[in-house]
Design a protein around this ligand. Structure first.
Ligand code: NAD
Length: 294
């Protein structure tokens, strides 16, 4: 299949590599030349504009940081929607505001183009291993068209509902993830301050009722787990500023529906504080540093 891929960062890069490895013909574009080169080395073809990546492809995938990047790419007089053939299926896997996803999908539909939101969960390790969870918003027919491509990058594919629903589910998940990560960091530090070894405590909690994804796969305390950002100076992974963005999206969704989200609000504040201390580019598990003098 001919596929265009725009946004080759921590997530988009390994996702695109899995599509190349599966035998698809990829045209790739990113603003960062090194990100493009890495895909060319893997067998993809570099193009110099987003419009080139979007032309003469059966599927176009975008994996950008936030709502403004996605709206900026697709909408407006110079937006990509004007350059995409109606036969091309558009999949946006970025985590963005549900309203943005609906707005771009509606603008696509006006031009006869089918677009789904398909944000992902599973982190950079899941992106590299091709085991991501895709959370899709859009029609069932569009999801079935996307499925063969999504299956090359992920293991679990969920249909959350209509356009934007994938984003709502993703935002709820990430709010819970932030709460669990901050809570795990706080608990580990409490144990360390009271004389426990962080690895021994983590092993205990992982097999006890405090068990959660952060403890099992993404321990925030340096040296407890190999091959996670906390043991690599909190480099790579999922940025603090991206988590702060997702918590902001959760708070907006809560405001719109008068939902009470006290734990999410506290997590948003903690991540804002951490980012304000110059930690925005570190992995989100570095929230451990708020509690520990590392
Ligand atoms: P990233 O910042 O590493 O990558 C984003 C890429 O988009 C960068 O390479 C950037 O140069 C490129 N880009 C930005 N604007 C562009 C444009 N107009 N045209 C072409 N390229 C452009 O971010 P990431 O960690 O890969 O995350 C991408 C999305 O996935 C975000 O919405 C994030 O919230 C979500 N996400 C990330 C993770 C994770 O673990 N990193 C997990 C799940 C979801």
């Amino acid at each position: 299949m001919k596929i265009g891929f725009i946004g080759l960062g921590h997530m988009g890069g390994p996702m695109a590599k899995n599509l190349v490895a599966a035998g698809h013909e990829l045209k790739v574009f990113d603003l960062v030349p090194a990100a493009v080169q890495s895909l060319v080395d893997a067998g993809a073809t570099a193009v110099v504009t987003a419009a080139e990546a979007a032309s003469e492809v059966e599927v176009l995938i975008s994996m950008l940081p936030a709502s403004q990047h996605v709206e900026g790419l697709y909408l407006g007089d110079t937006g990509l929607l004007g350059a995409i053939d109606a036969s091309t299926l558009v999949i946006d896997s970025s985590t963005i505001a549900p309203e943005s996803a609906r707005k771009v999908a509606a603008a696509a539909a006006e031009r006869g183009i089918t677009m789904i939101d398909a944000p992902v969960s599973g982190g950079t390790a899941g992106a590299a291993a091709g085991t991501l969870t895709f959370i899709v918003g859009g029609s069932s027919e569009a999801l079935e068209r996307a499925r063969p491509v999504l299956e090359k990058m992920g293991k679990n594919i969920f249909h959350a509902g209509d356009s934007g629903a994938g984003q709502v589910a993703k935002i709820c998940n990430n709010m819970l993830l932030a709460v669990l990560m901050a809570g795990s960091a706080e608990a580990i530090q409490l144990g360390v301050a009271n004389g426990l070894d962080p690895k021994v405590l983590s092993d205990i909690m992982q097999k006890s009722s405090g068990r959660n994804w952060a403890l099992e796969l993404y321990n925030p305390y340096p040296g407890v787990m190999e091959s996670v950002p906390s043991s690599n100076g909190y480099q790579g992974g999922f940025g603090v500023d991206l988590m702060a963005k997702d918590l902001g999206l959760a708070m907006e969704a809560a405001l719109q529906t008068r939902s009470s989200t006290p734990m999410g609000a506290l997590a948003r504040s903690l991540y804002a504080l951490h980012s304000g201390q110059g930690k925005g580019a570190l992995d989100f598990s570095s929230i451990q540093q708020l509690f520990s003098d590392l």
